[in-house]
Ligand binder design. Structure first.
Ligand code: HEC
Ligand code: HEC
Length: 423
């Protein structure tokens, strides 16, 4: 028996590849070619393995993700149901598709995106914590620590504000997504201190077999570019949505936010009123009537931040006397807490508060600091910070209302979970 030489074998493979674009056709071509040179039975096991990889376009995907990712049967990111009253959307020219969001999911959980393969986006944005981190500052590569607290990534899509980060330094979500990768303290591809940069990362990812398959599947070729990463990571982040709260159950039953919700307790409805209604102050800056005015900046029903908001008086940074007056963004106030009332993570850019009560204590008495030249005018009354003068009953009611914004599914839905078999 004559053994087929490797070059001959490869040339058949090449002909197969050139002659067709469908993988099924390639395998047929190979098999039939084999038959015509029929005296060939011996093919070493490793050649068979190579062949299997060539014939199954998703072999490496299967190896790394098992059933978690099946390109022939993608999970639904593109056509998720959303309530009719949710109208804000910052997707612009990058609407969600199942294939790009799936690629985004892999990138989001891949530690290869850090210089020493220890940190993924998911290390600091944990699904069971509303995609935030319980730690006030999160661990990056080689002992690096973030400067600010990790942000929850809930309903990022459903907002008027199109800029991201506490201080809005990312002009779009697309641009945001590759900034942590290039941050020296976070994922490390900064090009500083002998570390690689974005170009090195693209080269690194290009060599990984599941990315060859995924990029070909999503984009038609295996080229890994920063723009493709941004597009797919942003789609994945925008796909993370949460609309199964008690608030939503009530909102569907009424005409607008200000109607009493039939499914709410009296206390929750009182809290909602206080949240929605602007305060009325006397000349000394003390609230005499009206509500707490939260909705002026965190607008229902998305609870996204008013794009014109200035800072809310939280200007401290961790363990430093540096002040930050440009932190004027907050993520949606949905899912600050879980259904049981426990918080997902400390709140504000400096993780100042571990409870909603603590947050209300702040708004109840906004401190004035003469270095803060960017305090929102709504919170400064007659040369003093607002004093809401909330009674304990009013505070309890607002807390009860904010707890109605807790969802359930977003914490457990596998489409937003880590797809790696070995996480
Ligand atoms: C080492 C921890 C860490 C890693 C890794 C990390 N993040 Fe973050 N993320 C943060 C922190 C901290 C902030 C807030 C930073 C700031 O405003 O300066 C943040 C903010 C964000 C925001 C802004 C949210 C908003 O509402 O404005 C998005 C989106 C985001 N991260 C996505 C990602 C993606 C995508 C990755 C992976 C490519 C990633 N993050 C990796 C810690 C991390
Ligand atoms: C003038 C605009 C404004 C008003 C009014 C306002 N906020 Fe805020 N809020 C902000 C800004 C800006 C931030 C981000 C602060 C930071 O961390 O630097 C924020 C942050 C928060 C956070 C933290 C979010 C997170 O992800 O950590 C909570 C909770 C919050 N606000 C609740 C409230 C409540 C409750 C009220 C009403 C009593 C209220 N806010 C009124 C502007 C406002």
């Amino acid at each position: 028996m004559k053994k087929i030489s490797q070059p001959f074998y490869l040339s058949i493979l090449m002909i197969g590849l050139l002659a067709s674009c469908s993988k099924k056709d390639i395998s047929t071509t190979l098999v039939s070619s084999n038959l015509t040179t029929s005296d060939t039975a011996i093919v070493a096991a490793d050649k068979l393995a190579t062949l299997a990889v060539v014939v199954d376009p998703y072999a490496a995907i299967k190896l790394s993700f098992g059933n978690n990712i099946d390109p022939r049967n993608l999970l639904n990111y593109a056509n998720q149901a959303k309530p009719a009253y949710i109208l804000k959307d910052n997707s612009r020219n990058n609407p969600i598709t199942n294939s790009k969001a799936t690629l985004g999911r892999v990138l989001f959980y891949d530690k290869n995106l850090s210089t020493n393969n220890t940190i993924s986006c998911g290390s600091c944005h944990k699904q069971n914590l509303a995609f935030s981190d319980i730690a006030p500052v999160s661990d990056g590569v080689e002992g690096g620590k973030t400067v600010r607290h990790s942000m929850r990534l809930i309903n990022s899509r459903f907002a008027r504000e199109t800029k991201f980060f506490w201080n809005e330094r990312a002009l779009t979500l697309e641009l945001q997504t590759t900034m942590p990768i290039q941050d020296h303290l976070e994922m490390g591809f900064s090009g500083l201190s002998g570390r690689g940069n974005m170009i090195s990362l693209l080269a690194k990812l290009s060599k990984i077999n599941y990315y060859k398959e995924l990029f070909r599947f999503v984009y038609g070729d295996t080229t890994v570019t920063e723009a493709r990463m941004q597009e797919s990571l942003a789609q994945f982040v925008r796909s993370i949505q949460s609309f199964d709260s008690k608030y939503d159950a009530g909102r569907t039953l009424v005409r607008n936010e200000n109607d009493a919700f039939p499914n709410f307790t009296a206390v929750e409805n009182t809290g909602k009123n206080l949240y929605m209604t602007p305060p009325v102050f006397n000349a000394a800056g003390l609230r005499v009537t009206g509500g707490a005015g939260c909705n002026g900046c965190h607008n229902a029903p998305e609870f996204d931040i008013d794009p014109n908001s200035r800072n809310n008086g939280i200007i401290g940074l961790f363990g430093s006397t540096t002040i930050e007056v440009n932190d004027t963004r907050a993520p949606s106030l949905r899912d600050l807490t879980k259904k049981d009332g426990s918080i997902n993570s400390p709140m504000m850019h400096n993780a100042a508060f571990n409870s909603l009560r603590g947050v209300l204590g702040h708004y109840n008495n906004i401190p004035l600091n003469n270095r803060n030249n960017n305090l929102d005018a709504r919170l400064r009354i007659a040369n003093t910070g607002q004093r809401l003068n909330l009674t304990p009953t009013e505070t309890d009611a607002i807390v009860a209302f904010m707890n109605t914004l807790a969802g359930t599914n977003v914490y457990v839905d596998r489409k937003w979970g880590n797809p790696f078999l070995i996480p």
